[in-house]
Design a protein around this ligand. Structure first.
Ligand code: FES
Length: 137
């Protein structure tokens, strides 16, 4: 996709799947504006993060989802919390987990409306307003 088009569409919500596609524990790979993401549910929340482990580039959608919402990479087991921050590296001593702050994957804003899951190519902390049902018709 043309990079100018991608840049222009980043400010909008995009439907990526149906809510019913996200059964408990399922990691759903999707593509958002040429970027691979993984969409999943933790309790009542729907999360979307970059589908790329920052360690060696493995797809996180091939990993597992723990009960606490951490995504675990299938290759070396790095664990990412619901904000995309790496919170555990198994090869480091448990009492000495000095994880660099740059060890994180991008997490994106999500919204659920009319049975669909929308993702915006914006950080979770952005003030992007959720899509209104009247605008989805
Ligand atoms: S590639 Fe993900 S932990 Fe190594």
């Amino acid at each position: 996709m043309n990079t100018d088009v991608v840049r222009g569409l980043r400010g909008y919500w995009h439907p990526v799947c149906a809510e019913s596609d996200l059964e408990d524990g399922r990691l759903l790979p999707a593509t958002l504006l040429d970027e691979d993401i993984v969409v999943y549910r933790v309790g009542d929340d729907v999360l979307a993060v970059q589908d790329l482990c920052i360690h060696r580039g493995t797809r996180l959608s091939l990993g597992t989802l723990r009960d606490d919402g951490c995504l675990v990479c299938p290759y070396h087991g790095w664990e990412y919390d619901v904000t995309g921050r790496c919170v555990r590296i198994p090869s480091l001593p448990e009492k000495n987990q000095h994880i660099p702050s740059r060890a994180r994957v991008a997490a994106y804003a999500t919204a659920r409306r009319s049975g669909l899951v929308f993702v915006a190519h914006r950080p979770v902390t952005s003030s992007l307003r959720a899509p209104r049902p009247s605008r989805l018709a």
